[in-house]
Design a binder for this molecule. Structure first.
Ligand SMILES: [Zn+2]
Length: 236
């Protein structure tokens, strides 16, 4: 472990002081600009009625349902972020999606500070126990397995649950001779699970290889170019 002998964590207090010093040295014009940014953010919150959204691209206020199934601004064609459940609706035949492993939840293998609390707090918004939704559906009547990562859940990061659910989705596809589509939108391996996150890659790659051996079709998108995880899946 000689590599890490001279490694030192950055001094957080010193960094905070540097940031404060930079703020203190702003010219009056720059300070006015900073405060106007904050005010405009507050103004946006105030002026958008419930059930509506302000398009950050064209500035129009739109009813949320006007964005449609694909979440596209009808005025300027800006693409809004899709969560995993929205994404399933864009591709699966109506009411055909059956979710796998609904209640699988992350443990805290490293006793990482506040990890359990963080998981609980982010589970409510997308209605997911972790950062991936897996299941089967039909597309144009053809049965298919889907695995959809969710960037609204800890940036779609890959921990033990994402790895296990994805592996099981591949195994299901292999056993049942089905194609599998993986939507990858991941921020990478989840740091709160450390090495356990990285160990998922070997497991997923093995399941993916078995699926290829039986000549199964699998595909994925390429929205996150720098994710090591995505490279494991898409360029296998
Ligand atoms: Zn727009």
């Amino acid at each position: 472990m000689k590599l890490f002998e001279n490694f030192k964590l950055p001094d957080v207090e010193a960094l905070k002081n540097t940031v404060e010093a930079i703020k203190d040295n702003l010219t009056p014009a720059e300070k006015a600009k900073e405060s106007s940014k904050d005010k405009s953010k507050e103004a946006v919150k105030e002026e958008v009625p419930a059930g509506c959204i302000k398009c950050p691209s064209c500035g129009n206020i739109l009813e949320k349902k006007a964005l449609g199934r694909l979440k596209i601004c009808p005025k300027c064609a800006k693409l809004f972020r899709l969560n995993s459940k929205d994404r399933v609706k864009t591709i699966a035949d109506e009411n055909s999606f059956v979710e796998f492993d609904i209640n699988m939840e992350a443990k805290d293998p490293l006793n990482f500070p506040d990890y359990k609390t963080k998981i609980k707090s982010v589970q409510e918004k997308p209605g997911l126990k972790d950062a991936i939704l897996t299941g089967k559906c039909t597309i144009g009547g053809y049965e298919t397995v889907l695995a959809v990562m969710d960037s609204t859940f800890l940036m779609g990061s890959m921990g033990s649950v994402v790895g296990e659910k994805l592996t099981r989705a591949f195994e299901y596809a292999t056993e049942n001779r089905l194609p599998i589509i993986v939507f990858t939108c991941s921020g990478g391996a989840r740091m709160q699970e450390g090495i356990v996150s990285l160990m998922q890659m070997a497991k997923i790659s093995a399941a993916c290889a078995k699926h290829s051996i039986v000549k199964g079709l699998h595909t994925g998108d390429s929205s996150v170019q720098n994710s090591l995880f995505q490279k494991t899946i898409c360029y296998y």
